[in-house]
Structure formats: structure tokens, C-alpha cells
Write a protein that binds this ligand. Structure first.
Ligand code: HEM
Length: 109
């Protein structure tokens, strides 16, 4: 499969994760959970495919962010974190993932 396909799957996965959060935070639904779960699966599979068998330091940061985004849905569902706090938490996790791939991976081996 061409490499760019994995990039597209990765980005679509990210979109689905955050759409799941957006819908779920407005009103909890099965669809929100499915979007979030499907997004996590696509992101993980394409991420592993792109890493290509090597597991540098930054990979584990990405994995931790991925795990956090998985666990966060429970916090949102149970309304443990709401409103601005939830918004800040999710944006921070997304920004950390972007930092890791655009900068972190060049300064960490
Ligand atoms: C264990 C999970 C993950 C792994 C192994 C992983 C791995 C990767 C790799 C290897 C790339 C580089 C692709 C390239 O060289 O073109 C990448 C790109 C990217 N990842 Fe991840 N990733 C994971 C999870 C996530 C998550 C959860 C997010 C966001 C919430 C995320 C956001 C991004 C972004 C924004 C890019 C840049 C997209 C691009 O330029 O095409 N990643 N990821």
C-alpha cells in the first residue's frame, strides 16, 4: 500500500476520535462511542504501519497520548471532566501528538 494511504487513514482516525468526543460531550450516544473507538483503532493501526518496526522514544509518547485519548472518553461519559476543562484537556492531548510528530521525533531518537 502506498505510504500516503497510511497518512490519510491516520488523519481520518484522528478526526473520528475528536468527532466522537464532540458528539459525546453534547449528548452521549452509541454513535459517539463508535466514532471514538473506530478512530482509535484506525489511528493505532496506521501509526504502527508508519513507524515501520522501529520503536524510538517518541513512539511511546504517541502511545501514551493514544491511551490517554482512550481513557478520556470514560471521563467525558461520566461527566467527571466537563466544559472548558474537557476542552483544554483534549486540545492539549491533540497538540502534544502534533508536537511529537512534527518536532519531538527529530530531537528524540
Ligand atoms: C500509538 C499511536 C500512534 C502512533 C504509533 C503514531 C505514529 C505516527 C507516525 C509514524 C507518524 C508520521 C507519519 C509520517 O512520517 O508521515 C504520525 C503522524 C501524525 N500523527 Fe500519529 N501516531 C499515533 C497516534 C496519534 C494520535 C493519537 C494523534 C492525535 C491525536 C496523532 C497525530 C498525528 C499527526 C497530526 C500526524 C501528522 C500527520 C501527517 O503529517 O501526515 N497520532 N503518527
Amino acid at each position: 500500500m502506498p505510504a500516503y494511504i497510511y497518512n490519510i487513514i491516520h488523519v481520518v482516525g484522528i478526526i473520528l476520535i475528536f468527532m466522537g468526543f464532540a458528539y459525546g460531550m453534547k449528548q452521549w450516544s452509541k454513535g459517539a462511542a463508535i466514532s471514538h473507538g473506530l478512530g482509535l483503532a484506525l489511528t493505532l493501526i496506521s501509526g504502527f504501519a508508519m513507524v515501520g518496526g522501529k520503536f524510538p522514544m517518541w513512539f511511546f509518547i504517541k502511545l501514551a497520548i493514544w491511551l490517554a485519548l482512550g481513557g478520556t472518553l470514560t471521563l467525558v461519559k461520566r461527566k467527571k471532566v466537563t466544559g472548558l476543562a474537557a476542552w483544554i484537556m483534549l486540545v492539549t492531548l491533540g497538540a502534544a501528538a502534533a508536537w511529537t510528530v512534527y518536532h519531538g521525533r527529530f530531537i528524540m531518537s
